[in-house]
Design a protein around this ligand. Structure first.
Ligand SMILES: Nc1ncnc2c1ncn2[C@@H]1O[C@H](COP(=O)(O)OP(=O)(O)OP(=O)(O)O)[C@@H](O)[C@H]1O
Length: 267
C-alpha cells in the first residue's frame, strides 16, 4: 500500500511514533504504525470505523501504551519515561465531543475547569484570582468576554464551542487533541464551527491533531491528512492530494460506493 509523503513531513516534528503496536482486548489494532506529527500544524486523522483512530489519539495523549515500538516527544524524550509522560500530559489539552460543558456552570467556571489540576479537587475556596483572570483572558481571546457569567445552557452552539476551545487553550497547551469534536451537528454548522475552530487555534503555534469522519471537513481544516487502514498509515499528505484514488486506499470499496462520509468529496 503506497504512502504519500507530503510537505508536512519536512517540517519540525512534535511527536514521533515508530513502529508502534497496540492491542485492544485480544486484537492488535495498530500494527507497526509509524508517524511524525508536525509542530504547529493541524493534522487530521481519517479512516474506516474501528480502524483505530481513537486508539491512536489515546497513544498520542499517553493514556494508551503500545506493546511495541516507541512514542517520543520532541525536546522531552520517550513517553515510556514517567517524567516525560507527566510533562507531556501537562502540555496536552483536549477538545471534547460537543464540548462537554457543564450546563449549570457559567462560561467562566467551565473554562476554569480546564485548570482543575491546579487546585485541590475538594477545595471549598473560590478559584484563585490569577486563575480567574487567566480564564477571563481565554474567553476574551475567543471573543466571548461578554458572556463570562452566562450559564452554559443559555449559550448557542457556536458559543459553546468557543467556551470549549477557551477551556483547552487556558492550559496553554503545546498539543491539542480532539476526537470528532464536531460530530453531533448538521453539515452546514459543522463547516462553520470547523472554520471558526481553525481560525481560533491557528497562529497560536499549537500542534493540533483531530479525528474527523467527514472527509470534506477534514480537507477544509487540515494542513495534513493521515489516513489509517489495516492498523497502519495508508495516506499521509496535504489535503489537496487526498483525492479519490488516495481515499480508496484508506476506505474500503463499499464505504466509498455508498453514502459514506468519504464519498461526499472528490477532488
Ligand atoms: N476498551 C476496549 N476493549 C477492547 N477492544 C476495544 C476497546 N476499545 C476499542 N476496541 C476495539 O479496538 C478497535 C479500534 O477501536 P477505535 O475506537 O480506536 O476505532 P475508531 O477508528 O476510532 O472507530 P470509530 O470510527 O468507529 O470511532 C475496534 O475494533 C474496537 O472494537
Amino acid at each position: 500500500m503506497g504512502v504519500v509523503q507530503g510537505p508536512a513531513q519536512q517540517t519540525r516534528p512534535s511527536l514521533l511514533l515508530r513502529d508502534i503496536q497496540v492491542h485492544r482486548g485480544r486484537q492488535t489494532v495498530l500494527k507497526g504504525l509509524s508517524l511524525t506529527i508536525a509542530t504547529g500544524a493541524i493534522t487530521v486523522i481519517v479512516g474506516p470505523s474501528g480502524v483505530g483512530k481513537s486508539t491512536l489519539m489515546g497513544v498520542l495523549n499517553g493514556l494508551i501504551r503500545p506493546v511495541a515500538g516507541e512514542v517520543s516527544v520532541a525536546g522531552l524524550g520517550p513517553l515510556s519515561d514517567p517524567g516525560v509522560l507527566r510533562e507531556h500530559r501537562r502540555r496536552t489539552a483536549t477538545v471534547f465531543q460537543e464540548h462537554a460543558l457543564i450546563d449549570r456552570l457559567t462560561a467562566l467556571d467551565n473554562v476554569l475547569l480546564g485548570m482543575a489540576d491546579r487546585r485541590h479537587p475538594l477545595s471549598p475556596l473560590p478559584w484563585p484570582a490569577d486563575l480567574q483572570r487567566r480564564a477571563a483572558q481565554a474567553l476574551l481571546e475567543v471573543g466571548l468576554l461578554h458572556r463570562v457569567n452566562a450559564r452554559a445552557d443559555t449559550l448557542s452552539g457556536g458559543e459553546r464551542q468557543r467556551v470549549g476551545i477557551a477551556r483547552a487553550l487556558v492550559r496553554n497547551p503545546s498539543l491539542l487533541l480532539g476526537d470528532e469534536p464536531f460530530s453531533a451537528v448538521d453539515p452546514a454548522l459543522t463547516r462553520r464551527l470547523g472554520d471558526e475552530f481553525k481560525s481560533l487555534v491557528s497562529g497560536a503555534g499549537i500542534t493540533v491533531v483531530l479525528v474527523l469522519h467527514q472527509i470534506d471537513i477534514a480537507r477544509r481544516l487540515a494542513d495534513r491528512i493521515v489516513g489509517l487502514a489495516d492498523g497502519r498509515v495508508a495516506f499521509d499528505g496535504p489535503p489537496e492530494t487526498f483525492d479519490t484514488a488516495a481515499q480508496s486506499r484508506v476506505f474500503p470499496r463499499h464505504e466509498l460506493q455508498h453514502d459514506s462520509p468519504a464519498s461526499q468529496s472528490t477532488s
